[in-house]
Design a protein around this ligand. Structure first.
Ligand SMILES: [Zn+2]
Length: 252
C-alpha cells in the first residue's frame, strides 16, 4: 500500500504534466481514500469503468480520458453527476493524464502502439511534438499501404479505415494515437509514407488522395488501450500496489 500523495508525485514525476498545454487537468481529478492499495487502469473514466473498478475492489482509477475538459459548462448533472457520485460514494481516487500519457517515450500510448506494431520512432512531429515518426524495427518496408493496414488490423483486432492511392512500399511511418486527424498535414510535411491514428474525418480522406500519403484509422479507443495499463503497471510495481487493466470496449 502507499499514500495517495506519494502516488500523485510518482505519476507526475514519470509523466511530467507541466510540460504540456492540455485540454483538461492532469493528475488527481477526484480525491478519494488516502491509503492506496489497488489501481484499476482504463482508457476512459466512463460509468462502466468506475463500476468495474468498484467490483474489482480498487481504491484508485488511472485513465487517459478523465472527467473534466476545457469548454465544459461546469454543471454536475446527468452523466457527470452519476460518475462523480459513484467515485465519491466509494472513496475512489481518479487520476487522469491526457497528453502526457500520449507522449511518454517508453510507456505512453504512442510508444506502446509503436512497440505493438513493431515500429520505432526516430523523431517527433506536430503540435507539442506528440507525433511519432519512424519505421519498422527491422528496417524493412511494408510492401504496400494495404499490407500495413492488414498488420494493423491484426494487432489492434479491429477493422481499419484505409485511404490510399499510391502504389508504393511504405517505409517512413508516422503515428499519433486517438483523435489526431489534425496531425496529418504535419505528418505529410515530415515526409511520411503513411499516417496511423485512431480517427478519420472528411478532410483527411481528400488530403490522403491528393498528397499520395496513406491514411489509416484504427479506432480512437483501439489506438489508446496501451498507455494507461503500461504506466499504471510501472507505477504499481514501483510502489508495491496491485494493478488491473479493465478494457471497456468501444467501437469508436
Ligand atoms: Zn484520446
Amino acid at each position: 500500500m502507499t499514500d495517495r500523495t506519494l502516488l500523485l508525485q510518482t505519476f507526475d514525476a514519470l509523466l511530467q504534466p507541466e510540460r504540456f498545454r492540455d485540454y483538461g487537468p492532469n493528475g488527481l481529478q477526484v480525491e478519494g481514500v488516502a491509503t492506496v492499495r489497488k489501481i484499476v487502469s482504463g482508457v476512459t473514466a466512463s460509468r462502466a469503468l468506475i463500476e468495474a473498478a468498484i467490483a474489482a475492489r480498487a481504491d484508485t482509477i488511472f485513465v487517459h480520458h478523465g472527467l473534466f475538459w476545457r469548454g465544459q459548462d461546469g454543471r454536475v448533472t446527468g452523466w457527470l453527476k452519476q460518475r462523480l457520485a459513484l467515485l465519491l460514494a466509494h472513496d475512489i481516487n481518479l487520476f487522469a493524464y491526457h497528453l502526457p500519457l500520449d507522449a511518454h517515450p517508453e510507456w505512453g500510448n504512442n510508444a506502446q502502439l509503436g512497440l505493438m506494431l513493431g515500429l520505432s520512432a526516430q523523431s517527433h512531429f506536430g503540435e507539442q511534438n506528440l507525433g511519432f515518426l519512424g519505421g519498422r524495427v527491422d528496417e524493412a518496408c511494408f510492401e504496400s499501404a494495404e499490407a500495413l493496414a492488414q498488420h494493423l488490423e491484426f494487432k489492434v483486432k479491429r477493422p481499419v479505415a484505409l485511404v490510399n492511392v499510391a502504389k508504393r512500399a511504405i517505409k517512413k511511418i508516422a503515428w499519433c494515437s486517438g483523435g489526431a486527424q489534425s496531425y496529418f498535414e504535419a505528418a505529410i510535411a515530415a515526409g511520411a509514407d503513411a499516417f496511423i491514428t485512431g480517427e478519420i474525418s472528411e478532410p483527411q480522406a481528400h488530403l490522403a488522395r491528393e498528397c499520395g500519403v496513406a491514411y489509416l484509422a484504427c479506432g480512437h479507443h483501439a489506438s489508446e488501450r496501451y498507455g494507461a495499463p503500461a504506466v499504471a503497471a510501472q507505477v504499481a510495481a514501483q510502489l508495491g500496489l496491485q494493478h488491473e487493466f479493465i478494457d471497456i470496449d468501444n467501437p469508436a
